[in-house]
Each structure stands twice: as structure tokens, then as C-alpha cells.
Design a protein. Structure first.
Length: 533
């Protein structure tokens, strides 16, 4: 057993310490193995050797760069799910309300929809085990409902209007995870896409959206990458390909052991003409920064929002012998002008992980002037010779500060305590049939529904029941009340329909979206930002 463990460590050590000369690798691994032998043979307490080795690997990787990482065999499948574009389960979205699992959405075409489960249903038991009233967690629910494709699970459902529990036998299946949160065409004929990641299914999802845009004659597009955490490089390249002419450099990668590799556009994209505005913020990372950087370098889009995260390191996943893996940084991303996207990390992992907090404290989320780039990081765009900067994320052409006054103290508090979401779930559960009858689609809802003061009073009562002291909170302004009502309206739309409908409503108070629309509708304003005038 000891020999097997030592062999594992030897392989890992050879992988991690690749920069050391071959004779030094041998001596270093022997040294490390000797330590493990001594611990196993002489240490005063019993030691979990697997856990010890894992901690050693994590510590080594932490000393290298902030994005090289170790993933245990147990965690590996879970970490891959978002980018794989699917998982295996019953196909529902849920929220735990009053210690009861309440279904807030049913995946279209999924196994739960096929057997007749509906939004608003409450899961009382799973395979005969009562799960209501036992302080179950989200992980506990997922553990019981997820499982291999083709396996079955029996759930008992409490449904409003039914006198007894309903029993359903569900055959688990592949459940899609979507990259696109929203896609629609505005009344002005402008296409809008909100993309949350770059996964295996992203190209197919975008193809569907772009086909719809072409069919309806859309020429101008707002691409919302705010909060987009990145993903697969090739999916980012394929997206940029839709907006450039043929044979334009999109991004290149280069590393010590990996020569420069160029990624270029392969065709005249479907939308290489027309206006394009890209929304980014501090949560936009990696692949989303490649998209924003390429389109900015080619003066193909106006970038609005706030400076992006600054992740420009390329990781490759490499399997280890026990089913675990390491994601090693092998190269860096560079934009077409040669800008490095990656922000500095020389001060160590702890300092690096505090970067966004430091940006906020420094005032960067509020004031554009608080951001300073050295002249050594200055670059010129490839068409209009506009000044841009490298060395840490993509700086937008039009800066949008955080609006610290948009939400009242009450609004912030009910978000923090989870009161707002649980209230909306209960409200829609009670009124779903009536709302759907009165507003058959989101356009009718958007134009005809606006939360009244009676709904706000109900919300305040729900807050009081959760021990929120309303008297201690500053009185809301009319603008803040409107913001809360519109947030309520958007959440209700999302519960009645899907994410697409949530964003269709919420964007009416979203400062990123509002500014993007102002720019894309005004030719003079658009061109002034595009050319850096």
C-alpha cells in the first residue's frame, strides 16, 4: 500500500516540478518520498496519507499561479458539469422555502415535465424518505434527485388545490445546462443576448439565437457578457467569428513550452456589419475577456461597463492515476494587438484573491479616474488607432459606475435575508392560474402588470415575520420604490416563465442595458466611442 502511494506521489511530483532539470527532479522526488516514508513509519499519530498528499499538491500549485489547481476524483465530475452543458437528474429548478423543497421551474422536455410535475409543486418525499421539515440543504436535495440516466426515482408531491399527495415515478435523463440566459429582439429591432459562460453547447445555442436574428432582419446587437465566468477558448473564438471578416486574428496563446498559436476568423461572419455593443463588468473573465478584447482591438464593438476580471492564463486538465486531476497553466492569452489580459499575481495567491475587494475600496467601481495604467501598457487599436491598455482585464470604452443608491435599505435587507425570493415563490404559487389567464405572454405582462402597494405591504409583512426591523431602515425614495417594484415584477415573470422573461423585464432598470441601448440607437454617439473621439 505504501509503495502504491509513493508511486502516485512520484508521478505527481514529476508533473508539477516540470521546470527542474531531470536529475534534480529525481533528487527532489526522492526527498519528498523519503519524507512520506518517515511519516508513515515513525510519526506519533496516525495520518491519512491520501489527505496529506492532496494538501501537499494544493500547496505546490498555490505557489505557482492563482489558476493552476488540483481537483479530487470526488469533485471532478461536479466541476466539469457547467462546461459540459448537462448533468443527469430529473430536470427541475427548486428553492427551499419554509423547510420544504418547492419547484420553481421545470426544464422543458425534461423527465419531470414529461410526467406532469409543475412549478409550485412541493416535494414531500423522495423514494419513501420524508424530506420536508428536516432542515434539508440544497446539496441534500441534489444528492437525492440526481442520478445516472435511466435510473428511476419516486417523489410525492403536495400541489395546491389537490386534497391528497400525488406520486410520480421519474426516469432520470440528461438535463441541459444553458449558456444563454436571455435572447430577444426589442421593439426597435435590436437583438439582445445575455451569455453566462462558454460551454460545449454554447455554439449551438448561439446559432439558434443568430438564426432567429437573421430571420427577423436584426442588424444591431447588444451582447451582454456581464458576470460571464468564461469557459472553452474555441467557443469564444466561434462567437467572435460571427462579428469579423475573414482571416482576422482573434486571440493568440503562448507559453514557455508551447509556441505561439494564432486563432483567426474563418469567414465573413453573419454580423460583421451593423452596430455591436458588448457589456462587461468585473465578473467577466477568461473567454469573455477574449471576446471583448478582440472586438475592441478591431474597433468592431463599443465596450461598456467596468474593467473585466483579468484572467488570461490557459489551463490544461491532466489526469492523475487515482482519477483526480490537475489543471496546469501552460500559456497566456493575448489580444490581437498583443495585450496581455492577465492581471499581475506576483504578490501571491492571497493578495490576488483580494483584487476585486481592493478595486472596490480604491473607488474603481465608482470612478473611472481611479484607474491608472502605465504608458508601457499602452496599445493602439487596429482600425481607428484608438488607445487601449493591457496588463489586467479589458477596460471598457464607456465606464458605468455601480449605482449605490438604486436600492433602498429595505431592498438590500430582504435580498440579504432571502425574503424577496421566497415571497415571490409564494405569491406566484397563489396567483399562477390567475396571472397566466390575465397575461398569456410576457409582452402582455410587461405592458399590463405593475406591483401595487398591496403587494409591497405583503412583502413588508413577510420581512417582519423574518425578524427584519423596518423602523431601523432608512425610508425609501420614490426611485428606490420603483426599482424594488420592477425587481419584483421581473422575478414574478421569471417564475411564471423562464430566465429570458426575467431579463426582458429587469433590463428596464439595468443601467448596463439602458446605456448600451442609448449608444446603439445613436449613430453619432456610437461612432464617437468606437473611434475614441
Amino acid at each position: 500500500m505504501i509503495r502504491i502511494k509513493i508511486f502516485l506521489v512520484l508521478l505527481i511530483s514529476i508533473l508539477i516540478i516540470s521546470e527542474i532539470r531531470s536529475q534534480d527532479v529525481s533528487s527532489e522526488t526522492v526527498k519528498f518520498n523519503r519524507l512520506l516514508q518517515l511519516i508513515e513509519a515513525t510519526y506519533v499519530d496516525s495520518v491519512n496519507m491520501n489527505e496529506l498528499v492532496e494538501k501537499a499538491i494544493i500547496s505546490m500549485l498555490k505557489e505557482m499561479d492563482p489558476h493552476s489547481s488540483y481537483i479530487s476524483a470526488k469533485e471532478l465530475e461536479k466541476t466539469r458539469e457547467p462546461l459540459e452543458g448537462s448533468f443527469e437528474g430529473i430536470g427541475v429548478q427548486f428553492r427551499i422555502i419554509d423547510d420544504t423543497v418547492t419547484i420553481t421551474g421545470v426544464i422543458s422536455g425534461g423527465p419531470s415535465e414529461k410526467v406532469g410535475i409543475m412549478a409550485g409543486d412541493r416535494i414531500v418525499s423522495v423514494d419513501g424518505e420524508t424530506i420536508a421539515g428536516i432542515k434539508i440543504t440544497n446539496d441534500g436535495v441534489a444528492k437525492r434527485l440526481r442520478g445516472k440516466k435511466g435510473t428511476q426515482v419516486t417523489v410525492e408531491i403536495l400541489r395546491r388545490g389537490e386534497k391528497s399527495l400525488l406520486s410520480f415515478v421519474i426516469i432520470r435523463d440528461k438535463i441541459p445546462l444553458y449558456s444563454i440566459d436571455a435572447r430577444y429582439i426589442t421593439e426597435d429591432g435590436i437583438g439582445y443576448i445575455k451569455l453566462n459562460k462558454f460551454a460545449k453547447t454554447t455554439k449551438e445555442e448561439l446559432d439558434s439565437a443568430f438564426t432567429m436574428f437573421v430571420k427577423h432582419g436584426v442588424k444591431d446587437i447588444v451582447l451582454d457578457l456581464s458576470g460571464n465566468t468564461g469557459g472553452y477558448l474555441d467557443k469564444a473564438v466561434e462567437l467572435v467569428d460571427e462579428f469579423l471578416q475573414k482571416d482576422k486574428l482573434i486571440v493568440y496563446t503562448e507559453g514557455r513550452k508551447f509556441p505561439r498559436t494564432d486563432y483567426k476568423s474563418t469567414k465573413n461572419g453573419r454580423f460583421y456589419r451593423g452596430k455591436l455593443v458588448v457589456i462587461v463588468d468585473e465578473g467577466s473573465a477568461s473567454a469573455s475577456e477574449i471576446v471583448a478584447g478582440a472586438l475592441q482591438d478591431w474597433d468592431r464593438a463599443v465596450i461598456v461597463g467596468r474593467r473585466t476580471f483579468g484572467k488570461g492564463l490557459v489551463q490544461r486538465e491532466m489526469m492523475l492515476t487515482d482519477g483526480s486531476a490537475v489543471r496546469l497553466t501552460i500559456a497566456r492569452y493575448y489580444t490581437p494587438t498583443g495585450r496581455l489580459i492577465q492581471k499581475p499575481y506576483e504578490e501571491g495567491f492571497d493578495e490576488y484573491s483580494q483584487d476585486l475587494t481592493k478595486r472596490f475600496k480604491h473607488g474603481e467601481f465608482l470612478y473611472k479616474d481611479s484607474i491608472h495604467f502605465p504608458d508601457s501598457l499602452k496599445y493602439k487599436t487596429l482600425v481607428f488607432n484608438k488607445t487601449v491598455y493591457g496588463g489586467g482585464g479589458i477596460m471598457p470604452d464607456d465606464f458605468i459606475p455601480v449605482d449605490t443608491t438604486a436600492r433602498s435599505d429595505f431592498h438590500v435587507e430582504i435580498l440579504r435575508k432571502g425574503v424577496l425570493f421566497s415571497f415571490v415563490s409564494r405569491y406566484v404559487d397563489r396567483n399562477r392560474t390567475e396571472l397566466k389567464k390575465k397575461y398569456p405572454d410576457v409582452e402582455a405582462f410587461r405592458k399590463g402588470f405593475y406591483p401595487g402597494d398591496d403587494i409591497l405591504d405583503e412583502l413588508k409583512q413577510a420581512a417582519i415575520e423574518q425578524k427584519i426591523n423596518l423602523d431601523s431602515l432608512k425610508e425609501a425614495t420614490p426611485e428606490q420604490i420603483h426599482n424594488l417594484k420592477m425587481h419584483l415584477k421581473a422575478l414574478i415573470a421569471g417564475d411564471l416563465w423562464k430566465n429570458n422573461e426575467f431579463w426582458r423585464i429587469y433590463n428596464e432598470i439595468n443601467p448596463f442595458y439602458i446605456r448600451a441601448m442609448e449608444i446603439i440607437k445613436d449613430d453619432k454617439l456610437y461612432n464617437s466611442f468606437l473611434k475614441g473621439n
